[in-house]
Design a binder for this molecule. Sequence first.
Ligand SMILES: [Cu+2]
Length: 97
Amino acid sequence: MAHAVLVVSTPSAHATVKGPEMTVHLKFNSRIDGTRSRLYLVEPSGQVRMLTLAPQDAADSLAAESVKLSAGEYTIRWQVLAADGHITRGEIPFVVQ
Ligand SMILES: [Cu+2]
C-alpha cells in the first residue's frame, strides 16, 4: 500500500478546456477513500468552492458532478485519503475558454 499519486486527470494540468459545461475526473495509482476525499475549485476571483463528488466509478478514481464555468483561469485542489491511511494533496491549474 502506498500514498495516492495522481496518474491522470480531466482536465489535465495547464489544459485549456471548452466551457461552460465541465467534468472533473482524477485517477490515482492506488485505491482511495472517496468519502473522505475532497475536490475544491479555485475560481478566477480567488473564491474557493467545494465540488460535489460524483459516486466513485472505480476504487482508484475521484470525480465531481459537472459544473458550468465561465471563461477564465481556474485551479482544482484535490485532497485524497489513500488505502494506507495517508492523505495526499495537489493542484491542477487549467483555463476555460
Ligand atoms: Cu502513504
